[in-house]
Design a protein around this ligand. Structure first.
Ligand code: LLP
Length: 422
């Protein structure tokens, strides 16, 4: 979202807008622009929608330093899935007590880091992982806080690659694991501090009712563990809120309506719950607040298709290739005085899967002109690859009506691009 035309020129933002055309005129290589104010306001809206909730930003969605620093400053915690993410989070201002560590395959080195740093919570995904944590805790003379990730066996109604709470997924632990977990804890008293339960049933959820269902299925287990003498304090409802990729932009963005509905749903589902409610949102906080801009290199007309060949592709935004995901693609200059054409918008990568948008109707575009791939703030840059050895796109951050680049710019290039106060 966050894109609209002003005098035929595409601008990006929510309350304040930056001209993508102005940046594109000075930069022919592909670039991302992020609206930090939009991200901040989503975080605050989430906190308002369910007072007391403790958001832990899922940094896999976008781990640009500027974004992490901003979330840390705004009082968010962080959800990490690797040792690299733990180190990155610590470097960008998160405290160990703000870090939750999820993931099915935590290695010894990663756990050593997490246990040594005494992070807020390790989300355990299997009995063997619990045994590994216990053995390491004994050796390290520590008592880490752990939460059991439950697989509630619900249908999250999303793309199969990003469904995680169904019984056939590798994530979390179904009810049948509970006796084994209990036995492990009983035979290893005082080694770990079981502090809560956690869930994450999938990503890009359009319907939040499966989350409610999952919470309601899991809460009884929380109370059972409590009754059995564990100091249960946290219930982590995961992430997963989707964004409306298919729809035209609206101001204010529909993200806020979803956050509002989410808050209400949580209030209902967690009625009477007195512990700390954690959540791990990624996409909803950043997805609509990013845009990727590329330059058209060539138009290739064949008797069968018209290819718009741009200088960005699946190496910078792999969602369309990986999940058949739809992202709106808009010309940076509207050109609505031209005729409409149907294009396949493709990148330079040597794979036929390198398609950003298939059969898109756009007003005619010419080489040297730019296109914007909307809603690219989540799982865009963070999933970019070095395949074919193209450079990574530069990232610009739009905040308080200032635009800054992620590159340490020397004075010359700063002057050249005049990126501040455009
Ligand atoms: N918590 C856990 C344990 C997760 O695995 C994830 C995402 C999140 C939170 C954040 O989920 P979100 O709120 O962003 O939906 N690359 C895919 C999405 C993969 C999500 C992986 N896990 C995509 O581009 O759609």
């Amino acid at each position: 979202m966050g894109l609209k035309y002003q005098d035929g020129s595409l601008v990006f933002g929510e309350t304040n807008f930056v001209s993508l055309e102005k940046i594109a005129q000075k930069k022919s290589d592909p670039f991302y622009v992020y609206d930090l104010d939009g991200m901040k306001s989503r975080l605050h809206y989430l906190k308002k929608s369910f007072p007391g909730i403790s958001p832990h930003y899922a940094m896999k969605a976008n781990s640009a330093d500027r974004i992490l620093k901003m979330f840390a400053q705004e009082g968010s915690g962080v959800d990490v899935v690797s040792g690299g993410e733990i180190r990155h989070a610590l470097k960008t201002g998160f405290k160990a007590k703000d870090i939750i560590f999820s993931g099915v395959g935590k290695s010894r080195t990663e756990l050593e880091l997490a246990i040594g740093e005494e992070i807020k919570q390790i989300n355990v995904e299997s009995p063997q992982e619990l045994l590994r944590i216990i053995a390491m805790s004994k050796a390290m003379n520590k008592k880490p806080k752990v939460a059991f990730r439950i697989n509630p066996d619900v249908d999250a109604k999303t793309h199969p690659y990003i469904t995680t709470g169904f019984r056939e997924n590798k994530f979390g632990m179904g009810e049948h694991f509970v006796p084994e977990l209990r036995a492990i804890l009983t035979s290893n008293p005082n080694t770990v501090d079981l502090c809560g339960l956690t869930l994450h049933i999938g990503s890009q959820l359009q319907d939040i009712l499966p989350i409610k269902d999952a919470i309601q299925k899991t809460l009884p287990l929380f109370y059972q563990f409590k009754q059995e003498g564990h100091q249960m304090r946290t219930f982590d409802v995961g992430g997963g809120l989707g964004i409306p990729y298919n729809e035209e932009h609206t101001f204010p963005s529909k993200d806020y309506a979803l956050l509002n509905g989410y808050g209400k749903m949580l209030q209902e589902a967690l009625q009477g719950f007195t512990g700390e409610v954690l959540c791990e949102p990624g996409r909803i906080l950043v997805g609509s607040c990013g845009v990727l801009v590329g330059e058209v290199q060539y138009i290739k007309e064949t008797p069968f298709r018209s290819f718009l060949i741009v200088n960005t592709g699946i190496h910078h935004m792999m969602r369309p290739a990986l999940y058949q995901a739809y992202h709106r693609i808009l010309p940076v200059r509207s050109n609505d005085n031209r005729e409409q054409r149907i294009y396949d918008i493709v990148g330079p990568i040597c794979e036929s899967s390198d398609v950003l948008g298939r059969e898109r109707t756009l007003y005619e575009i010419k080489p040297g002109e730019h296109i914007a791939i909307a809603d690219s703030g989540a799982y865009g840059y963070s999933m970019a690859s070095y395949y074919n050895e193209h450079d990574f796109p530069e990232q610009f951050f739009w905040e308080n009506q200032h635009l800054d680049s992620d590159k340490p710019m020397d004075l010359k290039s700063e002057k050249e691009f005049q990126v501040r106060n455009l």
